[in-house]
Design a protein. Structure first.
Length: 215
């Protein structure tokens, strides 16, 4: 491929994103245009082959089940009750609500496996609670983003299923390899929150268990 064409793909992608084009199309259109100049009309055969192989891969059938599990947790109210339980267990720690948010993110990630779903669900429950107790906005935002990122690393992960399908590797082995790093991420996030709130208690004041649960 001509280096100039390859170099123009990234500015073209960002231009489409800034114009409001959906991210998926912003990725596809520059790739198709560059492929057309590089391979001619054969690019469509390559695109069809990739789409067909992905669509007929039975491994990807697990993804709707992960999404269903997350929807059941949210609609049944289990997620909200689980978050209150996390507050009971962890509320007296420095930055207890933020710590409970990370723990809830890890638990919900293990059930849903979808990054966006984890961030939305945990955010809807945790942001109002942390704002009520005057947590620092930067700590709130960082906690939600960190908790949401666990949806990628904590098995079962939709991203891992897609990657295993494309890389032709065992999903079970990939999940097993992800488990320890995911738990390390959870531990480091919690440790960071505790240290930050010990150094500057104003960033994450610790509410009492009674106040945290009843309100």
């Amino acid at each position: 491929m001509n280096p100039t064409i390859a170099a123009l793909m990234f500015p073209g992608m960002f231009l489409l994103i800034f114009l409001g084009v959906p991210v998926s199309l912003s990725l596809i259109i520059p790739a198709l245009a560059a492929g057309w100049f590089a391979f001619g009309d054969q690019v469509f055969n390559q695109l069809y082959g990739g789409l067909y192989s992905a669509a007929t891969n039975y491994i990807l059938s697990a993804i709707p089940m992960f999404v269903l599990m997350g929807a059941i947790l949210e609609r049944s109210g289990i997620a909200a009750r689980l978050f209150r339980t996390m507050q009971l267990w962890l509320g007296r720690l420095p930055g207890g609500l933020a710590v409970a948010t990370i723990a809830m993110g890890a638990t919900f990630a293990a059930a849903a496996g979808v990054v966006g779903a984890v961030e939305v669900m945990v955010g809807l429950m945790a942001i109002p609670a942390m704002q009520r107790f005057r947590y620092d906005n930067s700590l709130i935002a960082g906690t939600i983003c960190a908790g949401g990122s666990l949806g990628t690393m904590i098995p079962p992960s939709v991203v891992a299923v897609v990657y295993a399908s494309l890389a032709q590797i065992s999903v079970g082995e990939l999940f097993a390899a992800m488990l320890f790093p995911g738990l390390v991420m959870v531990a480091l996030f919690i440790l960071y929150i505790i240290v930050v709130c010990l150094v500057d208690p104003k960033k994450g004041p610790g509410p009492t268990i009674r106040t945290c649960v009843c309100r």
